[in-house]
Design a protein around this ligand. Structure first.
Ligand code: AMP
Length: 495
């Protein structure tokens, strides 16, 4: 029986001795060896009673086994739910309960704390460490369950993305949402089985998991699979690679290293950037140093990729290129005449937010286009430029931070009148988080206590670098806080 996505990505190469992953310890994992891990994980999942459609959560470090877990879920028709490793126990607890996860894979170090959290939602807990060890292996001598039949519309994954309300929403992605996008990207970016991708992205996010891995798997390409971005490791690995995908921070960090030269990149055919705006200055400096023009593309968790600059043809600095084949793009109402909210339609667009039919319908226009929340302009050649984010999303180091989530906690603290959280330009992370608060009537706000309150509740990457106390927040005639004015104040006052 056919399994729409698993067959396309994994099935053909199950018995291949061709290399798949080059690892930092100098070893190479073949497709056959990878398939063995997928089989072992399939046994673990079925022994825990995971059935087609069940949610399988994973908060684990990047490893070949973490990627094999994605494959095992697809193979069994389960829904993969990768979680950022920075999420706190409370945050993980929310996700498990929200999507009624059957099982959680977590790092052994966090087993005690997360065991308690998982228990509350009736979720089984197994451990999986970065080196592949863990309690998940204890069951690996049983019968290998067969691959489950899955159609194009069956769910493959749920990825949580925070909303403007601060409550994270699970974006449901089907087998065909992912496969159609991967097929388009393989074609567009010219991926073949002669490619080796430098993979330094996390695999809990759409960029590192779907854009990078699905494309390589579909094309039969190999990956230099690094646990995380480390400038020296990337510079050392680049001569053995042909393509790199990264967030803009990766490229600014490479440019800061004198060891990063045109010789390092001589063997490369393509550098791709996305997930956050790539500064034109970074583009120019990269081109001067290496002779390569970074290809910028644009997507969201809910849609995977929507637009891309071309492989051959003009890559326009400051734009994210044209709509992908099969993906329709238009501008809805926006700030000004030329600017509109970017709307997309196509086989890549997700199935809705898990358990939130109202939020799902709010996210679409009446005629069925997905409203991205990004503001853009389109030039005469059809190239899209992103000019802002109507949702006021902050992107720091390629990770999304929604101000509302932080503001809700700050607003509840004693001594705080109200708060506004903004992103300010940061040379390393792209943006950094700054919180602006007003005093409640008694004027007793304590900044240290506010930091402590956030530390317990939110992943570290969301913590404000600075908390500033002001008398009033700037507002417009409609009473809305003007974050643009706050950013101007921040620039003037050097926050
Ligand atoms: P995520 O759902 O984490 O993939 O984040 C999606 C958001 O990242 C989009 O709504 C955009 O605001 C932003 N984004 C993605 N790619 C780009 C890009 N190339 N330039 C500017 N912003 C981007």
């Amino acid at each position: 029986m056919a399994n729409h996505l698993y067959d396309a990505l994994f099935a053909d190469r199950e018995a291949s001795d061709a290399p798949f992953l080059y690892l930092t310890d100098g070893t190479t994992l073949t497709h056959r060896a990878f398939t063995r891990i997928v089989g072992d994980l399939s046994i673990t999942l079925s022994t825990h009673g995971v059935l087609p459609g069940d949610r399988v959560a994973a908060q684990v470090d990047k490893s070949p086994t973490a990627l094999a877990l994605y494959a095992a879920c697809l193979r069994l028709g389960a829904v993969f739910l990768p979680l950022n490793t920075a999420y706190t126990d409370d945050e993980v607890g929310f996700f498990l309960a929200d999507c009624e996860a059957s099982i959680l894979f977590c790092d052994p170090v966090r087993a005690d704390a997360l065991g308690e959290v998982a228990g509350r939602s009736g979720t089984h807990l197994v451990t999986l460490a970065e080196d592949g060890s863990g309690s998940w292996r204890n069951l690996s001598d049983r019968w290998l369950p067969p691959t489950v039949a899955c159609g194009p519309d069956d769910l493959a994954a749920i990825l949580y993305t925070s909303g403007t309300t601060g409550r994270p929403k699970g974006a449901m992605l089907s087998h065909d949402n992912l496969l159609s996008n991967a097929r388009t990207l393989v074609e567009l970016w010219g991926f073949t089985d002669t490619d080796t991708l430098l993979h330094a992205l996390p695999v809990y996010h759409s960029h590192g998991l779907f854009v990078a891995c699905n494309v390589c798997l579909l094309a039969g390409a190999r990956m230099v699979y690094l646990p995380r971005f480390d400038t020296d490791a990337v510079v050392a690995a680049l001569p053995g690679c042909t393509v790199m995908m990264g967030v803009p921070t990766f490229y600014t960090r490479l440019l800061a290293a004198s060891t990063f030269t045109s010789e390092t990149t001589a063997h490369m055919r393509l550098f791709i950037s996305g997930s956050a705006p790539l500064l034109v200055q970074t583009q120019a400096a990269f081109e001067t140093r290496t002779g390569h023009r970074i290809l910028e593309r644009y997507g969201l968790t809910e849609t995977s990729m929507n637009t891309s600059n071309p492989l051959a043809g003009a890559r326009k600095h400051g734009t994210v290129g044209r709509h992908l084949t099969g993906v329709e793009l238009r501008l809805g109402p926006g700030d000004t005449d030329a600017t509109g909210e970017i709307e997309v339609r196509g086989p890549n667009v997700f199935q809705g937010y898990w358990g939130l039919p109202d939020k799902t319908s709010e996210a679409f226009t009446p005629d069925g286009w997905f409203k991205t929340g990004d503001l853009g302009t389109i030039d005469a050649d059809g190239y899209l430029t992103i000019v802002g984010r109507s949702k006021d999303l902050i992107i720091s180091g390629g990770l999304n931070i929604y101000p509302k989530e932080i503001e809700t906690i700050l607003d509840a603290q004693p001594g705080v009148g109200e708060s506004a959280v903004i992103g300010l330009p940061d040379p390393d992370f792209g943006e950094r988080v700054v919180a602006v608060v007003t005093q409640a009537g008694d004027g007793s706000v304590e900044v240290d206590r506010l930091s402590d309150a956030l530390a317990d509740r939110l992943a570290r990457f969301k913590h404000p670098r600075r908390i500033v106390v002001v008398e009033n927040l700037p507002r417009n005639a409609m009473g809305k806080v003007q974050k643009r004015d706050l950013r101007d104040m921040a620039e003037k006052l050097g926050w």
